[in-house]
Design a protein around this ligand. Structure first.
Ligand code: ATP
Ligand code: MG
Length: 426
């Protein structure tokens, strides 16, 4: 008999099934042994009778031992997973040592043994949602005719100016790990016009929050001939496509995380749009006074999301002074930039976006004001010297999207081996 997966139990009621996997949980009486088996597709309760020749062996195995077995499937609402298998054949593949994970262990301990914690239902299900989010992003951009382009991880200049960069020694010189593909994308977009990538970005974030990693996966897109309106539509389309795909392909996992799928289904373009100035008015009304020129923090983002029924909200036209040097001023309101953040419930900012400044002198002024060396950007200014055209782009934090869609409290559980302020092991 061929090996099947636990998820196949659904279509094998009353029939025999051959499975292999790991022991998730086990208990027994004198008469019966109950082994909850786990494989990548789910869990199923397997019952072995005390008169079975392998009964002693089976019930003596500890958690995470590897086994293979076969038997008849029956539906059982009370069983974890909804099905039960009556064991006929039984084979031990590997008898595990005493597994270090038991109930009620500290988060820190679980992170110390992350190489084992990844087998938990929580992490496994989050990784499945994550995989589907990656799939949906690729699918969306490819269908729209975008080319996938990779940019260097080792870079000579910072992308988002500031102190949160990782320095690396490049032989005798100083280099940085990429915070974004942005500058390189703006060069290649003049060749391929529509480009995207999903790649790791590195940020030495000193802030200890539940939504910052120091190494995260960044989906970025850059489009020639595009303005803010076009960029907003592109972002809306992407989010709707991700949600649709996850609802279709990750039903079990959304159920596991107790996600209100109906609420997700209600998310349709166009999303609510407000300007930064309007955001400040809403905050004032809600008793959260914020000075003009301050960035919105998680607290303020939460208030805004709450104001609009906890659905995604675009906030456009942030003060130019707090935005990157490549974001252009809005001619109608020059103290603001032609940019937006997209906020999502439970997480806050999931996308940062803007049109790109075409004025070399303006950009030089911003760089100088930020204390940056203008010369290092000279190659980048060539993109404005030879056939400069309007273009725009955004960056989406893949883990933040997974965090939103799974409702996970901490972003670290959306990635197999998280890197945070105080942890880069194992
Ligand atoms: P934040 O204000 O939350 O630090 P940011 O303004 O620094 O975000 P951008 O530079 O615009 O973010 O980056 C684009 C996107 O990348 C963000 O919208 C977010 O989804 C994601 N992102 C940024 N920093 C991190 C991080 N440290 N960990 C995980 N995702 C991040
Ligand atoms: Mg940041």
């Amino acid at each position: 008999m061929q090996y099947k997966q636990i998820a196949d139990a659904e279509t094998h009621e009353g029939k025999a099934l051959r499975l292999r996997g790991w022991i998730h949980r086990t208990r027994h009486s004198n008469k019966l042994g109950f082994i909850v088996l786990r494989d990548s597709s789910g869990i199923i309760q397997c019952v072995i009778n005390s008169d079975h020749p392998k009964f002693r062996e089976a019930v003596s195995l500890g958690i995470e031992s590897a086994i293979s077995l076969s038997g008849k499937v029956k539906k059982d609402e009370r069983a974890p997973g909804g099905y039960e298998l009556a064991v006929e054949e039984f084979e031990t593949i590997h008898r595990a040592e005493v597994f270090p994970i038991t109930k009620d262990q500290s988060d820190e301990f679980l992170l110390d043994i992350r190489h084992l914690t990844v087998r938990s239902q929580k992490v496994t299900n989050a990784l499945k949602v994550r995989s589907t989010v990656f799939e949906a992003i690729h699918e969306y951009f490819r269908k729209l005719g975008y080319f996938e382009v990779q940019s260097p991880i080792i870079t000579p200049t910072a992308g988002e100016s500031g102190s949160d960069q990782f320095n690396v020694k490049y032989f005798d010189e100083e280099a940085y790990l990429a915070q974004t593909w942005q500058l390189y994308a703006e060069a290649v977009v003049l060749a391929l016009e529509k480009i995207y990538c999903i790649a790791p970005s590195f940020r030495a974030e000193k802030s200890r929050t539940t939504r910052h990693l120091t190494e995260y996966w960044h989906a970025e897109v850059e489009t020639a001939w595009q303005d803010l309106e076009g960029l907003i539509a592109l972002a809306e389309g992407l989010i709707v496509h991700i949600i649709k795909t996850v609802i279709r392909e990750r039903k079990r996992e959304l159920e596991f995380f107790e996600i209100n799928v109906k609420k997700l289904q209600e998310i349709k373009a166009p999303f609510k749009r407000i300007t930064y100035d309007e955001a400040l008015m809403i905050l004032k009304k809600r008793g959260v006074e914020t000075a003009w020129g301050k960035d919105l923090r998680t607290l303020e983002e939460r208030e805004i999301l709450d104001e609009f029924g906890n659905k995604p909200v675009f906030v456009t036209h942030f003060p130019k002074q707090i935005k990157a040097f490549y974001m252009p001023r809005d001619p109608e309101k020059p103290e603001t930039a032609r940019c937006f953040d997209l906020l999502a419930p439970g997480v806050g900012e999931i996308i940062g976006a803007s049109e790109r400044d075409l004025d070399i002198d303006e950009m030089k002024k911003s760089l100088t004001a930020a204390g940056e060396k203008v010369e290092t950007y000279d190659w980048y200014f060539d993109t404005r010297r030879y056939g400069s055209v309007p273009h725009a782009g955004f960056g989406l934090g893949v883990e933040r999207v997974v965090q939103w869609l799974t409702g996970l409290e901490h972003i670290r559980d959306t990635i197999a081996f998280p890197r945070t302020l105080n942890r880069f092991r194992p």
